[in-house]
Design a protein. Sequence first.
Length: 306
Amino acid sequence: MAVSENVRAALRRGLVIPAHPLALTAERRLDERRQTALTRYYCDAGSGGVTVAGVCGTTPQAVAEAELARSLGYDLGLLSLGALAKATNQELLAHCRTVADIIPICGFYLQPAVGGRVLDYGFWRGLLEVEGVVAIKVAPFNRYQTLDVARAVADSGRGGEVALYTGNDDNIVGDLLTAFPGPAPVRFTGGLLGQWAVWTSRAVDLLRRAQEARRSGTGVPDLLAEGAQLTDANGAIFDVRNAFAGCIAGIHEVLRAQGLLAGRWCLDPNEDLSPGQLEEIERVRAAYPGLADDAFVAQNRDRWLA
């Protein structure tokens, strides 16, 4: 399945693609007004899109989800392999080829701590032989595993057509600034991130400055310092101290504090912030006011909610 040249070119230029939270009422039903407001926020903040359709499960389920995503007009399917924990590389690649025949795919290296699995260099090198692979989201939160993907892209010769997107919320700036080694250096062009579901207009500015720093070679130390702040903030929002148990509630809490969500309710009534997480979120908000886009949200929130 082919992707349009416009989509391919946009991915290669580099985009901010936030993960899109689910806005709920206190009864845990879809809050359509606030769901729409969130989408308007991401669009006005300058994001290049919102998270592509997730394609999960074993092959029959993944096929059904890919067909649904295609029928709804999604450009890509974000292909998670967490349900195939015991599959061999060849079995995984057969699964990927089946899905790619239905919808262009964004490969997804999800960290095992939140449901992913280890995927070695051989898998990624094989995946890059699949024509329908348009992009790869790299989110293992592990530099060695990140290098496996970057090296596979470089060795495949497809570095000019398959876009790499960072999902490493703990090393956003490092990924965006790094030229990874290989026959031809490979770079991340943008990010598809849970972290960028909050403070999105600032994320757009960060990507612009990182791209400029790559061209000019200036401003890198300041960006790396900001990257350390982002990692600290992410640790609080995503509840790293408690193995990411409060990550969704953490995102919702930041959006609630800005008035975009009515509450931080999750689909699971037992899912909420971990003990001490709210204090950590308040700490990083106070410590790094430059990371937040509160003024931008306050200026536009009523229009988005109208």
